[in-house]
Design a protein around this ligand. Structure first.
Ligand code: NAD
Length: 513
């Protein structure tokens, strides 16, 4: 770590914010600044209300940003982390040029979504943000700075970064590294504190390897060196796309099998357990459900497909496209089953959606299966779609739905609640679309009360044994069972944090985006 005194992370999103916070937290001797051109986002990072929800994030940010007394925090899975007292070394700013100009290492952590217009629309990566940020870095960075691709990018992007730097600062030496992020939302802090591996790609030149070694030292402050893998630039860039594609492929594989199970009497959970005991397969990512969501899996598979297409590897492109096809098929199958179980019509009926985020323990709704399910259900004109999520801010969900369905008149037909019980009262069907712990089924015998205060809604599939209800178990039905007090109980209803100061603008709309 000798030499590295100042790190700047461009992009204060789901990756840049938590990653920079953990780097700062683990390296008290390095000044880490996260910059973003989105002033509202930076304001939130500087307030008591970080713009994203991640277990443990608040505590880490408070320690590194504010300096603090020693504390112990609990993170997902029951682990605890000791937080020693220290000086502030984490900062958030909108002054991109100044902060970049002071940095020895600059992380590029900007968004790289799918391109929706022009050549490659619907598959290629939209490089606008990455190109813009690279240009800003090229103009401001000090000679010899190490530029690190943290964003997920198409293979050979480092060449584009290098060319951009050369155009704006001809002859000035910069090293470019690829250091993709493998954190999963919902467990970001746990993953960052204890990663399976850190991947660093560099040119295999003397200066490239020296840059990789400098970055390795930053991570070695808390990650065992044997877990820090160094490879060439292109292997590193491609590894990230392939890792996500393979994870998504497992989900589509088990979901495709769930369709067979439902027609044969095989139980997909039993089957997943049986095959997962094979050491070659392992038990993870074998839970059948609604399909994957989130901002990464779909776009990264599309990026891989586009790469294969541009390399004229049509069979390869087709193979990976199928992972997305099954994902959509699974979601559609689920919605069709809900409508079928409600006698083919939603007119006059209230449908409750429990869980709007794309997975538990995050407030991120990007590409959430719930969004698509709501969209499809609304087309069937229900009396009401009632939505509850424990961490998504109701105002933001309302805004998002209004924005998504700007052309249809949905104002009266959807409502976002702050309480699961209110959302579920008098509902014809309750669909659990995010696996929040508090929505877990208690045993069917433990029928409780709180929900039975109101008239129990009609039950779907009440004659099916619960074990057989493959899709239902993941995503729906048995309204009263779903709502009896769960392990984490009613105290986890959406509760905005108490206002931190009079007139705090972040308190007005709640903490999370
Ligand atoms: P995000 O949209 O949450 O954050 C990106 C941020 O970059 C935004 O706040 C945006 O304002 C900022 N930005 C864009 N251009 C800028 C510029 N020129 N100057 C300053 N700021 C700029 O995105 P994210 O979810 O954090 O993802 C970032 C990258 O990390 C993507 O490539 C993504 O694929 C990858 N990734 C994401 C995850 C995840 O779980 N979200 C996991 C691993 C990798």
């Amino acid at each position: 770590q000798e030499g590295v005194k100042n790190i700047c992370c461009v992009g204060a999103g789901y990756v840049g914010g938590p990653t920079a916070a953990v780097i700062a937290f683990q390296n008290p001797g390095i000044r880490v600044t996260v910059v973003d051109k989105d002033a509202a986002r930076i304001r939130k990072w500087n307030s008591q209300h970080p713009p994203i929800h991640e277990p443990g994030l608040n505590e880490i940010v408070r320690v590194a940003r504010d300096g603090t007394n020693a504390a112990t925090i609990a993170i997902e899975g029951g682990d605890t982390v000791e937080l020693p007292a220290r000086q502030s070394n984490l900062f958030f700013s909108t002054d991109v040029a100044r902060c970049v100009s002071e940095a020895d290492i600059v992380f590029l952590s900007v968004n790289t979504p799918t391109k929706y217009t022009g050549i490659g629309a619907g598959a290629a990566t939209n490089m606008v943000a990455l190109e813009g940020a690279t240009r800003d870095i090229a103009i401001a960075a000090k000679p010899g700075a190490i530029i690190v691709e943290k964003s997920t990018v198409p293979c050979r992007t480092a060449q584009i970064v290098r060319d951009t730097l050369e155009v704006h600062r001809p002859g000035v030496p910069f090293e470019i590294l690829s250091n993709p992020e493998f954190l999963a939302e919902g467990t970001a802090i746990k993953d960052l504190l204890n990663p399976d591996r850190i991947l660093i790609g560099s040119s295999q030149t003397e200066s490239g390897l020296a840059a990789a070694a400098a970055l390795k030292d930053v991570y070695a402050a808390w990650v065992d060196r044997s877990k820090i893998v160094t490879v060439n630039l292109w292997s590193s860039e491609l590894s990230k796309l392939v890792a996500n594609a393979m994870l998504a492929q497992r989900i589509s594989s088990i979901n495709s099998i769930s369709a067979i199970c439902e027609q044969t009497g095989a139980d997909v959970d039993e089957l997943a357990k049986a095959i997962g005991l094979d050491m070659r397969l392992g038990p993870k990512f074998l839970k059948a459900g609604l399909g994957f969501g989130g901002s990464c899996f779909k776009k990264d598979i599309l990026s891989l497909v586009y790469l294969a297409q541009t390399l004229h590897l049509d069979e390869v492109a087709e193979y990976w496209t199928q992972v997305l096809t099954i994902n959509e098929y699974q979601r559609n199958r689920f919605v069709q089953r809900v409508v079928r179980n409600l006698h083919g019509t939603l007119i006059g009926k209230k449908i409750t959606i429990l869980g709007y985020a794309f997975k538990k323990d995050t407030s991120d709704t990007r590409e959430s299966p719930a969004v698509e399910v709501v969209k499809t259900l609304l087309a069937d004109n229900p009396a009401e779609i009632a939505i509850f999520d424990p961490k998504c801010n109701p105002e933001n969900v309302k805004d998002e739905i209004k924005h998504l369905f700007a052309t249809t008149d949905t104002a009266d037909s959807h409502k976002v609640y702050k309480d699961a019980y209110d959302a579920s009262a008098d509902s014809s069907a309750i669909l659990i679309l995010t696996e929040w712990d508090q929505f877990h089924y208690p045993p069917l015998t433990q029928k409780d009360s709180a929900f039975h205060k109101s008239d129990a809604p009609p039950q779907l599939n009440s004659t099916r044994p619960q074990k057989q209800a493959t899709l239902e178990a993941e995503a729906a039905l048995e309204a009263d069972a779903a709502l009896a007090p769960a392990p984490y109980g009613a105290e986890q209803r959406y509760l905005p944090e108490p206002p931190c100061a009079e007139g705090c603008r972040d308190c007005e709309r709640g903490s999370v985006e």
